[in-house]
Design a protein. Structure first.
Length: 298
């Protein structure tokens, strides 16, 4: 599962937020930070994040997943996790609200609660968007304001307080029904296929023997896109006329040729960085698809 935005990547993408970054030392185990949405990105890239996020969105826009999307046309409470990739596109200039990002270690710091990914708000297959009514919106806004105020305070136990507010946010959402008005794309196969090809290409070029290919099978890509493997295979075959496995193999062979011809890495190093457990497996794979041994291409 590659190209997931880490907490440090987040601050690099939004350097204006770095000055308010809560260090992991001061927060104890894990990390949390809280921000106002007035400075949020108009467009956030389609990708995974290595952290959890709770956002109170006040403003219009769309949330995109691999095979569906939802219109945000009124205040919404959004929960995202490291498993499901998504993107956001704002449609109105006026954007407000708050969001907090945090790691699983932070929320489970002192109380070993059930794994956060098992929560109905964060697990795969759940609908993590809620449209609060006016009273709920006021309650949620107050919780975010209190979290932001605590972040700015010098109180030595402020992260315990913030953790409690975060639990209250989660429970406030669990009392309500999740949104059901997701829409599918007019051509869902085209979108899923495009996302697969983009994710495949994003792994290359490999410029160091220390980099190891992470996504090597259709199942790997389906998991990374959070779609069923059968859905992925059908979409790719329908749009490109080739199987998912064929695309993966062809791109690995292309990279293998480049590494054999333009680097001095030994064949074992090339095999390992392309995800093969043993160099002999790589040799068999390469001969099967090219009719040549790696040494002949070199």
């Amino acid at each position: 599962m590659i190209q997931a935005e880490s907490v440090s990547d987040f601050y690099k993408r939004l350097p204006s937020h770095a000055s308010t970054n809560a260090s992991s030392g001061s927060a104890g185990i894990g990390h949390i930070n809280v921000f106002s949405r007035e400075t949020c990105s108009v467009v956030s890239p389609y990708s995974r994040r290595d952290f959890y996020k709770v956002s109170l969105i006040i403003g219009q826009g769309k949330i995109f997943y691999a095979d569906k999307w939802i219109q945000i046309d009124r205040p919404a409470l959004l929960f995202t996790n490291p498993i499901v990739p998504y993107s956001w596109e704002a449609e109105s200039v006026e954007q407000s609200g708050w969001y907090c990002l945090f790691t699983e270690d932070f929320i489970q710091h002192s109380e070993r609660v059930n794994n956060l990914r098992d929560s109905p708000l964060f697990k795969i297959g759940s609908n993590p968007i809620f449209f609060p009514d006016e009273a709920q919106l006021n309650e949620i806004s107050i919780l975010f304001q209190k979290m932001q105020s605590e972040m700015a305070s010098d109180y030595p136990h402020k992260y315990d307080v913030i953790r409690s507010y975060l639990h209250l946010l989660i429970h406030a959402a669990m009392k309500n029904n999740a949104a059901t008005n997701f829409r599918t794309y007019s051509n869902a196969s085209s979108r899923v296929s495009a996302l697969f090809l983009e994710l495949l290409e994003r792994q290359f070029p490999i410029d160091s023997p220390a980099l190891i290919l992470k996504l090597k099978s259709p199942a790997d890509f389906a998991a990374s896109l959070s779609v069923h493997i059968n859905h992925l295979n059908r979409a790719v075959k329908e749009i490109t006329g080739k199987t998912t496995t064929t695309h993966i193999a062809a791109r690995i062979i292309m990279e293998a040729r480049a590494l054999l011809q333009h680097t001095d890495w030994n064949i074992a190093d090339i095999a390992y960085c392309l995800g093969f457990e043993y160099p002999s497996y790589f040799t068999l794979f390469f001969k099967k698809h090219t009719g040549l041994a790696p040494t002949q291409v070199r």
